[in-house]
Ligand binder design. Sequence first.
Ligand code: 6PG
Length: 235
Amino acid sequence: MSRMAASHFCGIASRVIATGRNFTVALSGGRTPESLFNLLSTPAYSSKVDWTRVEFFWGDERCVPPEHTDSNFRSAHEAFLKKVRPIVHRIQGEMEPKEAARKYEAELREVFGTDALPTFDLAIQGIGEDGHTASLFPGAKALQETKRLAVAVYVRKLKSWRVTLTVPVLCNSQNVLFMVSGRKKSEVLKEIFSGEEPEKYPAGRVRSNCGETVWLLDEAAARGFFYKSGKKETS
Ligand code: 6PG
């Protein structure tokens, strides 16, 4: 799955940079993308990209300092950013959450222009077992946000503050790539792909409105609806 994600990343990066623009990508946090990050740091992939033309953003960040083990920035920085040295637009998790969201939003407007919605060339998303993506959790007020680009959210069940991009921004990405790994995610995937109300889940609301949405699943995550009683069904 991560090798496919790395090839997808490098393919889009090359196409965008060849047009003369910088490649803008919003990374997800969590554990799933770590193997992608490690792959991108290997010469087989890192040699395919002109990293001076890549601008990294985050779909969300925990409100912790950048050196904290929970920091999404730290995870990507340690795995590959410190090696490939691209342009980085970090969500400043060390700041007061609402201030950090305002600052990140201002930086987005500076990079993408003030009036339009930012259009990431690629937004990499994960999904929680409850169907959250970025730090947009089921039932959160932030899911209704249509004006702000980034907001601070208090996640009750995690007893922690986060900063997250909003649904309109994520959906305005030219390419959305969901990476989902592990059996524990198969139930929510089944709900999103074959349930009655996919939009009940934040991840079910995020799809590119101007380009392509790709879901990369490993076998364990796909088991819920491609495999029944252990044998592969063609579907
Ligand atoms: C975060 C992520 C979050 C993550 C999911 C899946 O900051 O935690 O942005 O949305 O993608 O929780 O996390 P795992 O990949 O660790 O399962």
